[in-house]
Design a protein around this ligand. Structure first.
Ligand code: RRO
Length: 311
């Protein structure tokens, strides 16, 4: 049986549903390491850039990563070249990748986000933008993605600035992710992606000091997969726009669980750190699993596992 893995994500045709999580795969460094092999066997059907801020940032002091049982805590702290540096140095290289490009952006005010959206969206190389809302709004002091009113206000400010698809990357650090997703949809978002990392920390017993330079960070990897799956189910029930599911995807079976939970596409994140080709294996395993099930296609949104209505 031939398996058709292609998906339509907000009008962007993807060969298969496996993306990367923002900030988990440095495609420019990988091209230097693997050369043309990376382009010929690119593991993702669309590439999501690491998050871009208006001005350059050095990132957090080391250590920036600490491995935990079945997971990893990161506090990378958004190192990036800033908007002008990204457009001049990174965008031309990312545009050479053989898949659509999604650029992740983060600001601390509507004005900063607007500058990023306008600067990035006007470039033909960019297929869509992802708004990383896991950051405080300096005007209100509230984390944008933790409050529906903040999320709605941001989308209302940004939606008129571009006709390109706007994805909203949701934080799992809320009681009701469905409520935030509904606010994003009401403000005109084209898709939501989830989950970002869970707030976490680790302490070194020898020094009794934090293991991370910044003191705390975000947990990812298989440790958070069941939580991510539950939130994807809840969000897929709450909104009609596409959901991009992620959180500890390491195998085709994991990918299928997210698709069966209402995700249109999935992303591989932490697994890329151990094996930069992991997403290719996930896609092949997904294909084999669908072939074995006799279904021939990934599950459609209507076939999804219903989210529980009680706790
Ligand atoms: O750069 C980071 O430390 C970071 C970001 Br912007 C994010 O959205 N999620 C994360 O786990 N780390």
């Amino acid at each position: 049986m031939s398996i058709d893995l292609s998906v339509d994500l907000c009008g962007i045709r993807l060969e298969h549903p496996v993306l990367n999580g923002s900030g988990t795969f440095d495609a420019i460094a990988a091209r230097r390491t693997f050369g043309e092999r990376l382009v010929e066997a690119f593991p993702f059907s669309a590439f999501v850039s690491k998050t871009l801020t208006p001005e350059p940032r050095p990132g957090n002091p080391p250590p920036r990563i600490f491995e935990t049982p079945a997971g990893m805590i990161n506090s990378i702290g958004l190192p990036n070249k800033g908007l002008d540096g990204f457009l001049a140095a990174d965008l031309p290289q990312l545009a050479e990748l053989p898949v659509p490009l999604i650029v992740s952006v983060m600001g601390t005010s509507h004005e900063q986000f607007a500058r990023l959206v306008e600067g990035v969206a006007e470039r033909d190389e960019v297929a869509a933008l992802e708004l990383n809302v896991s950051c405080p709004n300096v005007e209100s002091g509230l984390v944008v993605g933790e409050q529906p009113e903040e999320t709605l206000g941001l989308l209302r400010a940004l939606r008129p600035l571009t006709s390109k698809p706007l994805f909203v990357k949701l934080t799992p650090n809320v009681a009701d992710p469905g409520g935030i997703a509904r606010a994003a949809e009401a403000g005109g978002a084209d898709a939501v992606s989830l989950v970002n990392t869970l707030k976490a920390t680790a302490v070194d017993p020898a020094t009794q000091r934090p293991r991370l330079g910044a003191g705390r960070g975000g947990l990812s990897g298989p440790a958070i997969r069941p939580l991510a799956l539950e939130q994807v189910q809840a969000v897929a029930q709450a909104v009609s726009i596409p959901v991009i599911g992620m959180g500890g995807v390491e195998s085709g079976a994991d990918a299928l669980a997210f698709l069966a939970s209402g995700a249109t596409a999935i992303a591989v994140g932490t697994a890329n750190f151990r094996d930069p080709w992991a997403a290719g294996r996930v896609r092949r395993e997904l294909e084999a699993a669908l072939e074995a099930s006799g279904s021939g296609r990934p599950p459609a949104r209507g076939d999804r596992v219903p989210a529980s209505t009680s706790t």
